[in-house]
Design a protein around this ligand. Structure first.
Ligand code: SAH
Ligand code: SF4
Ligand code: F3S
Length: 472
């Protein structure tokens, strides 16, 4: 058994990152262990977690398990969890209760918790002590060992709790079963060293480790051969890509080389404003296949709060960056993340956030009430607002955000845009949906043959969360 440890998770040593190409193996005798059996995996959290689930699915399929979307039919149930805010916690423990009921009827079910919550010391301890029906607990650093964990659990009839709080390696050659045939996530860096004072990610994901450009480009070349049209370069702080590499190679260099592969669409998330360079802006402006869409988390518009958050930029610096982006990439859509009610946030501070929203007129935003995360510096800062006041601030912010988002969308009416058609509508099978270059969701009437194609669409109708259009 290995339990996570908060003190260890904080360590950032000088040791070199190891790139391991053969960490994942499935023994011959395990390759059929899942024959005629089904797995169900529920994923919470960010795109990084979604991508980890794509890896976990491939690992299970290497053992002959087949996917089911019905938890009740599954022989193995995994929850790939997120620790970013408290509410995720409640959802997961609700599901753990449901799994208990299922296991009372079918005791052979293997139930596992993985992902960022498993990396939390308090949660892993709670799972170990109180939730004995959970058979597997493993973290973000070792999901590639799942075959061995399943084997041990079955042979030894013992729960397997294996969570490591190491700084992290880069594991290559982990298989992947991608959810889409047209767009793919590609990790470019793992972990995070920014340690924003509210955030748990640096503890759950380890230190910043960039993948080698050769490995990234090879993965993208293979995706192109398979017919993929879009890649999203993933990392908690992609703009810091390369800072930990020995060679002098940065995000702007990588964007340029990926653009030259000629993959039709390139996106990247998430951009920390602090690491956004002029050089990067120039590359985004230069290459048509780098999409004019940037997610640029603001978090707060008050310099005092930004400082307490450890964000390393001021409101003025953020606005300068914002204006440069809009100037050099005029068609660019910009979205953001904002936290309200950070400890000590006054009405004045909050108003400054609203002012930045007025200045940036975002295309959209994810907005959150500050959530205390155990072990982070902000969890020790004093809070004075009542729940009601926090919700009221969030509400005021959301009204403004929605207003600007609607206005930004209204501008699309009558325009012709390019859309990568990627899904058949669940409500109406004669409709396909996809995203514009600026990441707006569009529905069109179309034959299924157009799936995976980038088509020109005239926008006819604007709705709250999507747009309708006609292929021209
Ligand atoms: N790496 C990304 C953020 C990943 S977390 C970045 O730096 O931009 C996604 C968002 O969750 C953050 O941008 C932040 O707005 C929000 N978030 C993170 N920790 C939070 C907390 N403790 N309480 C509330 N929101 C939080
Ligand atoms: Fe969290 Fe900050 Fe790292 Fe983003 S940059 S993952 S908010 S610590
Ligand atoms: Fe959540 Fe972990 Fe992502 S905490 S947001 S799943 S990195």
């Amino acid at each position: 058994m290995n339990m996570p440890n908060l003190k260890e998770a904080k360590i950032r040593g000088k040791s070199k990152v190891r790139i391991i190409k053969d960490a994942y193996k499935v023994k011959e005798e395990l390759k059929n262990i899942g024959k005629d059996k089904k797995y169900f995996i529920k994923t919470y959290g960010c795109q990084m977690n979604e991508h980890d689930s794509e890896n976990i699915k491939a690992i299970l399929e290497d053992m002959s398990y087949k996917e089911t979307e019905d938890m009740e039919k599954a022989d193995i149930i995994l929850l790939n969890t997120c620790a970013i805010r408290e509410n995720a916690h409640n959802k997961v423990f609700g599901m753990i209760g449901r799994i208990k009921h299922l296991k009372e009827q079918k005791s052979h079910i293997i139930a596992g918790i993985c992902g960022c919550m498993a990396q939390e010391e308090g949660i892993a301890t709670e799972l170990k002590n109180k939730y004995k029906h959970i058979d597997l607990v493993f973290g973000t650093h070792n999901f590639h060992t799942l075959p061995e964990l399943i084997e041990k659990n079955q042979k030894e009839k013992e729960r397997q709790i294996e969570v490591f709080s190491k700084e992290g390696d880069v594991l290559e050659n982990i298989p992947v079963k991608r959810d889409s045939k047209y767009k793919a996530f590609v990790n470019i860096m793992l972990g995070c060293d920014k340690f924003c004072t509210y955030c748990i990610v640096p503890y759950t994901r380890g230190k910043q480790r960039s993948r080698k450009k050769e490995d990234i480009l090879k993965e993208i070349e293979e995706l192109i051969k398979k017919g993929y049209k879009e890649v999203t370069l993933l990392g908690q702080n992609v703009n810091a890509y390369g800072k930990d590499l020995e060679e002098d190679y940065n995000m702007a260099n990588l964007l340029e080389e990926v653009a030259k592969t000629k993959i039709p669409r390139i996106r990247f998330v998430t951009s920390h404003p602090w690491d956004f360079t002029e050089e990067m802006i120039d590359k985004i402006a230069k290459y048509e296949n780098i999409m004019p869409y940037i997610h640029l988390p603001l978090q707060s518009g008050s310099n005092r709060i930004l400082k307490l958050m450890g964000r390393r930029y001021t409101k003025e610096e953020y606005l300068t960056l914002y204006h440069k982006l809009k100037e050099k990439i005029p068609s660019c859509a910009i979205t953001t993340d904002i936290i309200v009610a950070f400890p000590g946030e006054t009405e004045e501070d909050f108003k400054e956030t609203l002012e930045v929203v007025d200045a940036c007129k975002y295309d959209g935003a994810y907005t959150f009430i500050f959530s205390k995360r155990e072990g982070t510096p902000a969890s020790k800062m004093e809070e004075s607002l009542k729940e009601e006041e926090k919700r009221e601030r969030l509400h005021r912010l959301n009204e403004k955000i929605n207003d600007y988002s609607n206005k930004a969308n209204q501008k699309y009416k009558g325009k012709t845009v390019k859309v990568l058609l990627e899904k058949v509508s669940e409500k109406d099978p004669s409709m396909l949906s996809g995203y514009t270059e600026t990441n707006k969701l569009v529905n069109v009437k179309s034959a299924k043959e157009n799936l995976g194609k980038i088509v020109s669409v005239k926008i006819t109708n604007i709705k709250t969360w999507s747009m309708d259009g006609e292929i021209i």
